[in-house]
Design a protein around this ligand. Sequence first.
Ligand code: CO
Length: 172
Amino acid sequence: MSTMRIHIYGDPVLRKRGEKVTEFDDDLLVFLDDMAETMILEDGVGLAAPQVGVSKQIAVINREPGNSDTLLMVINPEITLFGDETESMDEGCLSVPGIRGKVTRSVSLEMTYQDEKGEQQELYAEGLEARIIQHELDHLGGVLFVDRLSIAKKVLIKGKLRELSKRGREGG
Ligand code: CO
């Protein structure tokens, strides 16, 4: 296993839609392992492949932060139903260090995905898990949580984002 570098805001890979995974082979298993290790090392609750510079539909979700036995690894995921109830909560992101802000998201959802063997799976999630899933799946579509902040908050963090963006483009 090895850990990977986290790509920072401003890096174009974070704005690309990840490609669908079509091969479920040993390379994929190694990649999933490396992603999980990187996420745990960086103390993240989730990690999407574009964040480690790989533009693919893959995300790792830490369902119970602090318990790495309950990692959820999703490939080619799709949210099929957003619950009507929404909630606003503080979020952060390993790719946007130093910035946090309130994001409104659905409290529950249903999704489909493929597991590491390529088997089709279905999942219902709510609460923190549903929030992490929505955040990570945003990454797979090139969307970052800062895009979803209020206009007022966006104005406040504009300078910080510009600084990060310089670092991100330089590959820092
Ligand atoms: Co993130």
